[in-house]
Design a protein around this ligand. Structure first.
Ligand SMILES: Cc1cc2nc3c(=O)[nH]c(=O)nc-3n(C[C@H](O)[C@H](O)[C@H](O)COP(=O)(O)O)c2cc1C
Length: 167
C-alpha cells in the first residue's frame, strides 16, 4: 500500500478521537538500530512557536522514555480497530522484555530518517523540540494527582510534525 504525503492541516480525523479512542503507537529507535513501539492515548496536536506540533506524555519507567531521551526523531501511528489487541499488547508489555514489533508482525516504513508502523492508516514523523516534566506543584486541580500515586510524573515532549503519511 502506497502512502500519500499530506500536510498536517489535511488530516481529516478528529484528534480527540484519534489519540483518545483509536490510540497511537509511539515508535522510537533503539541503540542497536532496531525499533520499539508503545501504545499511548494521552497527548495532542497543535501549534506552538509557529510550528505544527504534537505533544506526547511518557512516564519515566517506560523503555520508550529511555529511547526518547536518546533519539531526535520518533513517529506516531494510528491503526484500525482490527489491531486493537496488538495495541493492547504494546501497551502492556515492555520493549525491554520483548521485541513487540516482531511479535505483532508489524512492518516498518522509513521517511525523514524516521520509522513508522506501516500497518497504520495514518502516521506522523516527528522531531523533538522541547521536553518538560509534569510537576506536583503545578496542579491546580489536585484531584488529578490520583494519576501519580507512584509520583511517576510524565515527561512531555513537544515535537515538530515533519511528515504526515496517509493510506
Ligand atoms: C490504551 C493505553 C494508553 C497508554 N498511554 C500511555 C501514555 O500516554 N503514556 C505512557 O507513558 N504510557 C502509556 N501507556 C502505557 C504503556 O504503553 C506501557 O507501559 C508499555 O508497556 C510501555 O512500553 P515500553 O516499556 O516498551 O516503552 C498506555 C497503555 C495503554 C494500554
Amino acid at each position: 500500500m502506497e502512502f500519500k504525503k499530506i500536510t498536517p492541516d489535511k488530516i481529516l480525523e478528529n484528534s480527540f478521537d484519534l489519540i483518545g479512542k483509536t490510540w497511537m503507537l509511539v515508535t522510537t529507535q533503539k541503540p542497536d538500530g532496531s525499533y520499539n513501539t508503545m501504545t499511548a492515548s494521552w497527548g495532542g496536536t497543535g501549534v506552538l512557536w509557529g510550528k505544527n506540533v504534537v505533544f506526547v506524555f511518557i512516564r519515566p519507567q517506560r523503555y520508550t522514555y529511555e529511547l526518547m531521551e536518546n533519539c531526535q526523531n520518533f513517529s506516531l501511528s494510528f491503526l484500525e480497530e482490527s489491531f486493537r489487541e496488538k495495541l493492547g499488547f504494546c501497551g502492556k508489555v515492555s520493549g525491554r522484555d520483548k521485541d513487540k514489533i516482531k511479535e505483532c508482525g508489524f512492518n516498518l516504513h522509513i521517511e525523514n530518517e524516521t520509522a513508522f508502523i506501516e500497518e497504520g492508516f495514518l502516521s506522523l514523523t516527528c522531531k523533538k523540540l522541547y521536553f518538560g516534566d509534569i510537576q506536583q506543584s503545578g496542579f491546580i486541580d489536585e484531584e488529578l494527582l490520583k494519576n501519580y500515586t507512584q509520583k511517576d510524573y510524565h515527561r512531555m515532549y513537544v515535537a515538530e510534525i515533519t511528515g504526515v503519511y496517509k493510506k
